[in-house]
Design a protein around this ligand. Sequence first.
Ligand SMILES: [Zn+2]
Length: 201
Amino acid sequence: MPLLPPALDKLATLLSRLPGVGKRSATRYAFHILGQPEEFARSLASALEELVTHVRFCVDCHALTEHEQCDICRDLSRDRTLVCVVETASDLVAVEQTGAFCGLYHVLHGVLAPLKGIGPGQLRLANLEARLAAVGAREVILATSTDVEGEATALYLAKRLAPLPLTVSRIATGVPMGGELEYLDQNTLSRALSGRRAFEG
Ligand SMILES: [Zn+2]
C-alpha cells in the first residue's frame, strides 16, 4: 500500500524533478502546499497554466516574452548596434540587472555539447546572421559562460561570425573560469562586460 495518497505522491515526484530538489524535499514541499489554504494550491496551478499558455520565445532574440516580440527588442531607445549573446533567459536577466548594457540580446537556450548531442542545430541560431544585419549590429558580445562548453560555443560563434562586417568580442575580465553568468554578482558581471575584448580565436 502506498504511504502517500497518489495525488500527493504525484506532486512530490514532479517537484523532485526541479534542480537541486531531492525526493525528500519534494515530499516536504508537497505537504507544505497541502497545508496552505486551498487558494494557494489553486493559484499555483493557475500560474503554471498561464506560464505554459502565455510565455513564449521572442521571434527575434528568443528571450522569454508574452508577446511576439519581447520588450527589449521593441524598445527603440536600446542601442541596436550592440548585440549580447547569452546562453539562457536567466543569463539575460543577470546582464540586464547590471544596468551596464543597453543593447539587444540573442538567447541561445543552450551551449554546444557534442557529447550530449547538442550541436549548432539544437541552439537558437538560425536567424542570427539575418538579425544582426537587420538591426545593423556593429558589435556582438559573446557572453556565454567561461566553462568548457561556454568557451567552445564562443569559439564556434566567433568563427561563424568572422566573415561579417562587425566586431566580435568576448567577456573575460572578472569572470572566473567555469563561471556561470547568472551566479555572478552584479559588479563582477558589469566589469566583465565593460572589460570585454575583441575575440582572438
Ligand atoms: Zn526579443
